[in-house]
Design a binder for this molecule. Sequence first.
Ligand code: UD1
Ligand code: MG
Length: 451
Amino acid sequence: MTSRSCLSIVLAAGLGTRMKSNLPKVMHEIGGLPLVGHVVKALKQAGSERISVVTGPDMPELEKLVRVLAPEATCHVQHERLGTAHAALAARSALNTTSDDVLILFGDTPLVTSETIGKVRNALAEGADVAVLGFEARHPFGYGRLVTENGRLIAIREEKDASDDERKITFCNSGIMGFSGKHALSLLDAIGNANAKSEFYLTDAVEIANIRGLKAVAVSATEVETQGINTRAQLAACEADFQDRMRQAALENGCTMLAPHTVFFSHDTVLEADCVIEQNVVFAPGVKVAAGARIRAFSHLEGASVGENSVVGPYARLRPGAVLGADTRVGNFVEVKNATFGDGAKANHLSYIGDASVGSKSNIGAGTITCNYDGYLKHRTDIGAGSFVGSNSTLVAPVTLGDGTFVAAGSVITDNVGPDSMAFGRARQTVKEGRAKELRERLQAAKSAKS
Ligand code: UD1
Ligand code: MG
């Protein structure tokens, strides 16, 4: 990586009309993170110290996202959508300050890696004035074609402006371009809009650079990394490639997956070494699984952390705020939300544990429900260590059970239970000997009298 300073501009104002969506295109998600978030993340990983994002006039959510992912980044509004060069110039205030390198990236090209961003910067460090990241496209339709001559990049021709011969070129523009800082603004300012779409094309910077005797080069990357998203089909294809990338990384990091293609990741999923992920597991954002844990089939996890050597599922649901200690068990049809499980705690079957704490080594019997919501407010249930909650118990929050408590099966618990106490919250059983036989005879007689 070079020691040159760098300004990165991410273009994200486009409406993406071909998505047929009310959502700005770059806010559509891959792996649970908006497209543009992936680009900002890669830039941060690449150590880009100055990031500017060009947003549309009506994209408050996008600005919020940028503030979370890169608090130091600046946002610039492109008020009219007049093309990619026009968008870049919306960040004129950033471009006016000097940086050795200026990178321009598209918010709709999410899979670019920090290593590849580094390759574009290396080309600048080696003397290029403009460096364009290109790729061999299987289906070049819609992409700008890179026109090269003796290893030099002489122009980028957009689909609608290309000649028949140029359309046959399969080496395409990813949209990621690097400029030497001293030429960037002047090249952008020289771009006009005399083309099929009457737009200011960023890609025209290459021809202008050549006219000025500057050096433009193409740098290659794979299509997986550089694919741009203009349609829902491309979004789905990109998601599939992203999932493959995450699966590969998890396997390389020492995680066992019995059927990797059935496991779905988010951009921030963390799986430590030696965890085992069974078939059909979904990791929504914010999940961490510690070493040696096993996530059994058909489980859904979001905003949750699973401690070492724990077993979750099959068919478990961990919702945001589920924090499981080491050696815990959360079994089939158990839902845990905003609740902590101490080390060795267990809820093995058919439970809802929400807004709660379960002390270490406590056992929650099948069918136990924490009644955390009264229709207006949420309330907590706190269960001490080493407690036993009998099956089919209803814990009406707010309620506290001390350490070492025992709740009789089928109880409705509305009052706190002190340490080492036993609570019965159910009607006492009575047995009437012979009453079943009597009843059967009476009913049979009534039925016979009718027929
Ligand atoms: C663009 C490139 C094309 C390249 C392709 C790669 C141009 C003229 N064309 O085409 O060479 O092969 O990307 O995916 O650059 N945007 C704005 N404001 C605008 C217009 C666009 O911010 O006025 C943003 C969009 O949000 C998007 C990016 O710029 O993130 C690219 O725009 P898009 O309309 O998707 O361009 P493509 O037709 O894909
Ligand atoms: Mg695009």
